[in-house]
Design a protein around this ligand. Structure first.
Ligand SMILES: C[S@@+](CC[C@H](N)C(=O)[O-])C[C@H]1O[C@@H](n2cnc3c(N)ncnc32)[C@H](O)[C@@H]1O
Length: 272
């Protein structure tokens, strides 16, 4: 992985492209496995059950990454899925994953921006967005887009990193911002307010901070092994890695960082 740059881009379009490119690095797959969010596919199943997904429904996976969630939803819940991601390589890999599993007729992937979804109003029975909203520079616009593409009465299900930015160790915030693009994560109450501001009603909010702790432990264990191999691509010294993972684990223990599931419903159309 590239060494963190001295300055991070501030222009929103560059920031988004930089984040999408970061998640296309092979090291990310090595560290995170097939799905790129705390809780992995078990938490995805829980989210799908909370959304009460039913066979034949049409679901949008926003920031679909390598397509693990979209394939799971189609295979295990019988839904048709559109996945969208900003990273062209991620989209290619997701298409390949769906094709290898014989799911290409039920799962389609598109390259595009969560803040400008290329779908008509009221298209989907559910929208899912896992561990990605925290990275979008314009969270209010993304929430408005989630609401717009949902049919009336349908729900959006989100799992995402939460951060109390006033209390986070600045060094950790910088590293999290550089490596995982999560420095702009918000507290759970702020995500809920953004969803409500987009005209949705929050119907579920659950803390899954333990999932974030497990992911930090997994990253630490894999980075330790990786560091032992002394590969040319690793620019962080093992002791630096351990310092950061310990600080990240402490941030979760101190409730400065966490992982939250939120479900919000679009109101039914008013009957006149
Ligand atoms: C942490 S990964 C999560 C991927 C996937 N949801 C998962 O859980 O496996 C974040 C993803 O967000 C995508 N992304 C970042 N900004 C985006 C944007 N503005 N529109 C669409 N995708 C975006 C990245 O390319 C990356 O694949």
């Amino acid at each position: 992985m590239n060494r963190p740059q001295a300055t991070r881009p501030t222009d929103p379009e560059t920031l988004k492209a930089c984040c999408a490119a970061a998640y296309e690095q092979d090291l990310v797959a090595l560290l995170l496995g097939e799905s790129y969010h705390p809780g992995g596919l078990d938490l995805t199943r829980h989210l799908a059950r909370t959304l009460d997904l039913r066979p034949g429904q049409r679901v949008l996976d926003v920031a679909a990454g390598r397509g693990a969630t979209a394939c799971l939803l189609a295979a295990e819940f019988g839904v048709d899925v559109d996945g969208i991601d900003l990273g062209p390589t991620s989209v290619e890999r997701a298409r390949l994953a769906a094709s290898e599993r014989g799911l290409d007729r039920r799962v389609r992937f598109h390259q595009g921006d969560a803040e400008r979804l290329p779908f008509n109003d009221g298209t989907f029975d559910a929208v899912i967005c896992e561990c990605a909203w925290c990275t979008f520079p314009d969270k209010a616009t993304a929430a408005t887009e989630f609401a717009r593409v949902l049919r009336p009465g349908a729900q959006v299900g989100i799992t995402d990193v939460t951060l109390d930015r006033a209390r986070i160790d600045p060094e950790l915030a910088t590293l999290a911002g550089y490596l995982a693009c999560i420095a702009d994560a918000r507290p759970a109450a702020e995500y809920a307010a953004l969803l409500e501001g987009a005209g949705l009603r929050v119907v579920a909010s659950e803390a899954h901070d333990d999932a974030l702790t497990r992911m930090i432990d997994q990253i630490e264990a894999r980075l330790r092994v990786w560091a032992l191999l002394d590969p040319p691509g690793l620019t962080l010294a093992p002791e630096t890695i351990l310092r950061y993972t310990a600080a990240a684990a402490a941030a979760v223990a101190d409730r400065v960082a966490g992982y939250q599931l939120l479900v919000a419903r679009k109101p039914e159309r008013n009957r006149s």
